[in-house]
Write a protein that binds this ligand. Structure first.
Ligand code: FES
Length: 143
């Protein structure tokens, strides 16, 4: 299985890794296929995601897609971040091997989960804006 240079770069040197203390929203999602977990923190000012960081307990493809996803949504309005698909993240990485496509779904879901959490914290129902976030089938938790 061959990974693109961009995937290898983001895996070896992931951007925006780590815990964020003063976050506006945090979301955690799990991949039911493998049990890997991704947590995404966002800082929101106005309606712009001014900062984002992630922690991924998962495979190299999950780390690379999280890293690229954070780069793609940093400095963007929430509405744009919510439109980011796993396909767009994969394209930005010059593709993933077919067996690793499911790994890229985590990043898309983690962004939605973090935005949902942000809206809940400011007293706004996230469902009409963000839609339903699939629950982690491994343990039944929804954060
Ligand atoms: Fe679990 Fe890639 S194998 S996210």
């Amino acid at each position: 299985m061959a990974y693109s240079e961009k995937v290898m770069d983001h895996f070896a040197n992931p951007r925006n890794v780590g815990e964020m203390k003063d976050f506006s929203g945090v979301g955690e999602v799990g991949n039911p296929k493998c049990g890997d977990i991704m947590r995404m923190y966002i800082k929101v000012e106005g309606d712009v995601i001014t900062d984002v960081s992630f922690m991924t307990f998962g495979c190299g493809a999950a780390i690379a897609t999280s890293s690229m996803a954070t780069e793609l949504i940093k400095g963007k309005p929430i509405s744009e971040a919510l439109k980011l698909t796993n396909k767009a993240v994969m394209e930005a990485l010059d593709g993933l091997p077919p067996v690793k496509v499911h790994c890229s779904v985590l990043a898309e879901q983690a962004i939605k989960a973090a935005v949902s959490d942000y809206y809940k914290r400011i007293g706004v129902d996230p469902e009409p804006i963000v839609g339903a976030i699939p629950e982690c089938e491994e343990c039944g938790c929804s954060i």
